[in-house]
Design a protein around this ligand. Structure first.
Ligand code: M6R
Length: 609
């Protein structure tokens, strides 16, 4: 994540950059920093933690005045490479230039080695620092700032939005957008503003353009130029749009609810989760040593709610791919059952917030018993990430809706990657399987895209499923934990009773409930146990249950049918169905008039037992 801002104008630049960063704080708040040029004088400030710490640091020198000319860049960080320290905070500084960056430079190690061998000295652990040194390396050779910037960006691999200022071109901000978001706005007062999202731009500027990947450019006080294809000289024509005037709607990017926005974001977000962690032959987790799993012969996972469902999903993947014994427990049960803990077990806590009291206490118990602990979490610097021996961050960005969506998909992706990581370490998967799994992982983002037609169908169908005496969500194998998640999503925001159940288990009791007022949501993948699930669904249809089938293949016996995407891997079907379940629940909640983002009786972070 991370957020970046930039400004060129004549006003109080410190205030403008700080206000912009505050609007982007949701993208990360491990550290923040700014670098400015005011009437030719350079200065920079950095602080660990939230923007208010940076603000406090600047308060002693801040002057609130206007300038004949001012420009600057700022950054709020969500740590990916290196701890949240001042040295790792942006802007990164060379001998005469400053850089802020959002994204990940995947080839930073090789670029760093190259620059070190040319005599450059690095002070941070970040991937970003290579950019500023690379720019200065090329400037020293070429003596033209734009050429040096262009040359630099052609060397970078990964995803990035970058702003660069330099004493050798003191009236310019250079920018590039490639894979991470960047918007540029202008006001009527000859000012330009740059930011990672629209919110900081609202109220200060009137027109905006959201850059396309590969667009680079340079701004000075009179002019802005955009170029096509990273680092070329070919002028790009862009379209300016009116900026909205409401900040709230901008935070939701035009979506009606945060849940809707977060559901739609999933495809992009899991690409962030995988970024820099997946290659053609292996999974890389920079956060743990390669021998981390070496002496582990059992894994114990604890979590609550949706995170628990991700853990259950992970269990199938771990057993199938990593072939390691694994136990999953709801954290509130684990705490009091006097579990038998062995030091050769690895304890994993899974949590979006990192603050859930039950999961945190289970983690503390395991640590006290001498187990190695790992936390899979979305919020860095949360209680769990501080407590666990190691943390793997989800990189899902702030999740605001109480109903968890993108935290779940990123948790499942991390567990899938981890099962391959262990499988490779322990030699439980052969090369071909690993290669196919990695290929499937890389293809996953497209299965999380929300299809307009599917969304409209959920909207239409939601009307038909308001009455009755409740829902069963059924599935087999990995689609069983998905059925649990579908049922949880529906009940927490629609307040209609729903239960997830293994499809093959219905005949052992619950099928007694089947009648025309029992709704069944049947998860019917084509890649796993298709015939078996079909028989289970037919048993319910024979007893008059109303069935909504989710499947890539038409299933005529069902009352309703939503076509999901077929894929090369069962996990593709899993993610395609997940999106349908999330959208269907949301539409039902809207239909009954509930507060989708803040359902009754719940809280985003459950810090009580
Ligand atoms: O922050 P956590 O992942 O630890 O939270 C666990 C549960 O409270 C959470 O997943 C809850 O079930 C959600 N509201 C589900 O949408």
């Amino acid at each position: 994540m991370c957020g970046i801002v930039g400004y060129i104008g004549k006003k109080d630049i410190d205030g403008i950059l700080i206000d912009g960063l505050k609007e982007l704080e949701y993208r990360g708040y491990d550290s923040a920093g700014i670098a400015t040029i005011k009437d030719g004088d350079f200065s920079e400030y950095k602080a660990v933690g939230k923007i208010k710490n940076l603000e406090a640091k600047m308060a002693q020198t801040k002057d609130d005045k206007s300038y004949n000319s001012a420009l600057g860049i700022g950054h709020t960080r969500w740590a990916t490479h290196g701890k949240p320290t001042e040295l790792n905070a942006h802007p990164h500084i060379g001998d005469y230039s400053y850089v802020v960056h959002n994204g990940i430079i995947e080839n930073y190690k090789e670029l760093k080695d190259e620059l070190v061998s040319c005599g450059k000295t690095f002070v941070s652990q970040t991937d970003t620092e290579v950019v500023v040194h690379m720019f200065e390396y090329y400037f020293d050779k070429l003596q033209v700032a734009k050429d040096a910037f262009d040359k630099t960006i052609t060397r970078l691999k990964g995803a990035y939005s970058i702003l660069l200022i330099s004493k050798v071109a003191p009236t310019n901000i250079f920018f590039i957008k490639h894979g991470s978001p960047l918007a540029i706005a202008k006001s009527k007062d000859k000012e330009f503003f740059i930011a990672s999202s629209e919110t900081p731009l609202i109220g200060v500027a009137t027109k905006v353009t959201h850059l396309e990947d590969g667009t680079s450019g340079v701004i000075n006080q009179q002019n802005i130029e955009f170029f096509e294809n990273s680092g070329s000289n070919k002028i790009k024509n862009i379209k300016w749009q009116e900026l909205p005037t409401s900040k709230l709607s901008a935070q939701k990017d035009g979506y009606r609810f945060f849940m809707e926005k977060e559901t739609y974001e999933q495809s992009d977000v899991i690409a962030d989760t995988m970024m820099g962690r997946i290659s053609d032959e292996k999974i890389v987790f920079d956060e743990i040593d390669e021998n981390f799993f070496e002496n582990i012969n059992h894994i114990q996972i604890c979590a609550c709610g949706t995170s628990y469902h991700a853990a259950l999903t992970g269990q199938y993947l771990f057993e199938r791919l990593a072939k390691i014994p694994i136990s999953i427990e709801v954290a509130s049960e684990f705490r009091y059952k006097q579990p038998l803990l062995q030091k050769s077990s690895l304890f994993i806590a899974i949590s979006q917030s990192g603050e859930t009291a039950d999961t945190l206490e289970a983690l503390k118990m395991a640590k006290k018993a001498g187990l190695t602990t790992l936390c899979i979490c979305n919020v860095d610097n949360s209680s769990m990430t501080r407590f666990a021996d190691k943390t793997i961050l989800l990189r899902a960005g702030i999740e605001k809706a109480v109903a968890s969506t993108k935290a779940f998909s990123t948790q499942v992706v991390v567990l899938w990657m981890m099962s391959l990581y262990i499988g490779k370490t322990k030699n439980t998967i052969n090369k071909t399987t690993l290669k196919n799994e990695l290929k499937a992982l890389k293809q996953t983002p497209k299965y999380l895209l929300v299809d307009d037609k599917m969304h409209q169908k959920c909207q239409r169908l939601s009307k038909r499923y308001l009455h009755g005496h409740g829902f069963f969500f059924i599935g087999r194998d990995i689609f069983y934990p998905l059925s649990l998640e579908g049922a949880l999503k529906l009940k927490e925001i629609s307040y209609i009773h729903a239960q997830g159940y293994p499809a093959g288990e219905m005949k052992h009791g619950p099928i007694a409930l089947a009648d025309e007022k029992l709704f069944t949501i049947a998860l019917m993948p084509q890649s796993l146990l298709a015939d078996k699930v079909r028989s289970n669904v037919q048993e319910l249809i024979a007893r008059d249950s109303v069935v909504l089938a989710l499947s890539p293949q038409t299933f005529e016996l069902a009352d309703d049918f939503i076509q999901t995407k077929a894929g090369e891997h069962y996990m593709h079907e899993f993610f395609s169905m997940l999106v349908v379940l999330q959208i269907f629940s949301m539409e039902l909640s809207i239909r009954v008039g509930n507060d989708v983002d803040m359902p009754r009786n719940l809280a985003k972070s459950v810090t009580v037992e």
